[in-house]
Design a binder for this molecule. Structure first.
Ligand code: SIN
Length: 527
């Protein structure tokens, strides 16, 4: 088996991974591994922008309050304080590295999104903010010879011995390699691909959470999955995100009878919190027996719409929708998971030597529902902090650990993947109840009994990870008998008892639910 020893291993190359790499670069050799191209991450597709207090009309304290309010009582305040206080500094630094945020005259152009009480969303090239961040961070990373990229390498598992992480086993070009490191940082993003409707790219299969879980780490808040209200709905088009910034600029929602409806669901109408807008859309779809509603920008000035949303405009045109003239068919889609690998505000997980930052992690900064455009900021702030903290690991990793990789295959990977995504959408989606979740749990258990080995391809490993994380989401959603933030139970519409507790999961706690996800006696380094 090929082996390599580096100082720091980063898995994932979105905003959090790259920002951590920049912090670590002066301290040793950094290897950034990705299962696809380095630029293929949720960051690359983020449209709306990045929230931060960058104007005299705004205050850090107001951003703090807005974030807590969106989080619906479950945010961890130290994480939120860190995010809003350090955010502006991280933005200024990014601008000094060449980030070109849109301006009005000499001032930054700031837009409004749902549940923000001030205009504070910075954007770039109209609606390509994530792409600009990825460009600038990749360019900065290239200036450090100590940082190397290692693309098309799928992580199989972490190398964990005696509760210390020593790196990861990866599959590259059909062969297994052991990558040993003093500190390993997970920055693998989210898990939107668990759902048949999602705004997330193909790579978002929950890998980081699954390998951390198998390595003994604690996952937290897994029942909280955010659904974005407006993704393009068309049988022939991708489920393309239609940024919340469009509603911030005045776009309206109409049902298929062309009637506006948000005013009857919430005082803030189109700018109500995301979970409320998503459920209102589902309710209108049920009432009108339709599988979509419409987003309407026809009343806005055409030139403004084209300039403000150039990427959305050109993408929709490819599917024969002119957003300046036509009603746009939309429906909600899985967008972001608030839960993840439990960390402190410096990215430390419950496993020594293992760190996590960005969507894969759960600092508690988003509580039960993320405030729009706080996630790119999360990646920058906590990516940098995690990089700084990871320098504390000074002991060379134990590279004597051996792994017996005995690959097997899943004959019907594509069919199970498709069925799993449909199951999660229908039974563990925007509106859940004990019955639907119980049915999902039963079916997932059937699949799990067949899928718990080492696999020979990226597709199979992804499916194994998707199954693990789906089971945990379903168990968490069953366990929270109440509705808070993005977690809505039609059979428990109130908050429920002890609603302020955070639910966490590790291999032992799942074993108590008769859900040992690994065969007896097998640990993550396969000894
Ligand atoms: C959007 O542009 O609507 C997405 C922004 C976000 O999810 O933070």
């Amino acid at each position: 088996m090929q082996q390599e020893v580096v100082d720091f291993l980063i898995i994932g190359s979105g905003v959090a991974g790259l920002r951590a790499a920049i912090e670590l670069a002066p301290h040793g050799e950094v290897l950034v591994i990705t299962k696809d191209r380095p630029s293929e991450s949720s960051t690359e597709y983020a449209q709306g922008g990045i929230a931060a207090v960058m104007s005299d009309e705004d205050e850090v304290g107001i951003h703090f309050e807005d974030t807590l309010k969106a989080g619906d009582g479950l945010c961890k305040e130290d994480a939120v304080r860190t995010l809003v206080q350090e955010g502006p500094e991280r933005i200024v630094e990014l601008i000094s590295w060449g980030a070109a945020f849109d301006k009005e005259g000499t001032k930054l152009s700031l837009s409004l999104e749902a549940a923000h009480s001030r205009r504070r969303i910075l954007h770039a090239h109209g609606d390509s903010t994530g792409k600009e961040l990825e460009r600038v961070l990749l360019k900065k990373v290239r200036t450090y010879p100590s940082v190397r990229k290692y693309p098309f390498a799928m992580t199989i598992d972490l190398i964990v011995r005696d509760s210390v992480c020593h790196g990861a086993y990866v599959l590259k070009g059909g062969a297994v390699a052991a990558l040993f490191a003093k500190a390993t940082i997970l920055a693998t993003g989210g898990a939107g691909q668990l759902y048949s409707r999602t705004t997330n790219p193909q790579v978002a299969t929950g890998d980081g959470m699954a390998i951390a879980f198998r390595g003994g780490a604690v996952l937290e808040d897994m029942e909280f999955v955010q659904f974005h209200p407006t993704s393009l709905y068309s049988p022939t088009a991708p489920q393309f995100l239609l940024s919340e910034a469009m509603r911030g600029e005045g776009a309206l929602l109409r049902n298929i009878d062309k009637k506006q409806f948000m005013g009857s669901y919430h005082a803030h109408a189109e700018l109500a919190p995301r979970d409320i807008v998503s459920r209102a859309i589902i309710s209108e779809m049920v009432k009108t027996n339709s599988n979509h509603v419409y987003l309407d920008l026809r009343h806005l000035e055409k030139h403004f719409v084209k300039n403000r949303f150039p990427r959305i405009h050109s993408t929709c045109l490819r599917y024969d929708i002119d957003i300046t003239e036509d009603l746009i068919p939309v429906s909600p889609a899985a967008h972001y998971i608030m839960g993840g690998v439990k960390t402190d505000i410096d990215g430390r997980t419950s496993v020594r030597g293992l760190y996590a930052a960005g969507e894969v992690s759960c600092t508690g900064v988003h509580g039960a529902n993320r405030l729009a455009s706080n996630s790119l900021l999360e990646g920058l702030v906590f990516g940098a902090r995690t990089g700084t903290a990871a320098c504390e690991m000074t002991v060379r990793p134990d590279s004597s650990i051996r792994y017996n990789f005995t690959p097997s295959t899943i004959p019907d990977t594509d069919e199970i993947r498709r069925a799993l995504r449909k199951l999660m959408w229908e039974k563990a989606g925007i509106i859940r109840c004990a019955k639907s979740l119980g049915e999902a749990a039963d079916q997932l258990r059937v699949w799990r009994d067949h899928i718990h080995r080492d696999y020979a391809t990226r597709n199979e490993l992804e499916l194994k990870n998707m199954l693990t994380i789906s089971e945990i989401i379903v168990q968490a959603a069953l366990a929270r008998k109440g509705s808070v933030g993005a977690h809505y139970r039609s059979d428990h519409k109130e908050r429920g008892e002890r609603w302020q507790e955070h639910l966490w999961w590790d291999r032992q706690s799942l074993a108590m639910h008769n859900l040992a996800l690994l065969p007896e006696g097998k640990d993550s380094c396969g000894r």
